[in-house]
Design a protein. Structure first.
Length: 112
């Protein structure tokens, strides 16, 4: 299930604000940028460039899995922050199990 519309960063202006005023958390597979804001709900977006995979099916699957992590693991709607997660090209993005475990590692590194 995708993030609810109220919890998604949709406008380029909002995404660029996070890029300019963010804290960075980086692993081999991901780059997470976070920006504290004044109120709820927190919002997030996932960026999966074509360098990760030329196949739109695979990119969309990775985007959905990362969105599910934001919704259930991080519970972004309950936190006053905006997040942009960029998926990097790496071997961990090849299998679903490795991708999920990489998200868990990022979750341990990122303690909001």
């Amino acid at each position: 299930m995708a993030l609810p519309r109220t919890q998604r960063l949709r406008r380029q202006k909002e995404i660029l604000r996070v890029f300019r005023k963010s804290l960075r958390y980086e692993t081999a597979e991901f780059l997470l940028r976070t920006h504290q804001k004044g109120g709820l709900p927190g919002q997030a977006t996932v960026i999966v460039p074509k360098k990760v995979s030329k196949s739109a099916v695979i990119r969309n699957r990775l985007r959905r899995q990362a969105g599910e992590w934001f919704r259930t693991g991080v519970k972004i709607g309950e936190r006053p922050m905006d997040c942009v997660l960029t998926v990097k090209p790496s071997p961990a993005t090849a299998s679903r199990r490795a991708f999920r475990s990489a998200l868990l590692i990022l979750g341990q590194k990122f303690k909001p």
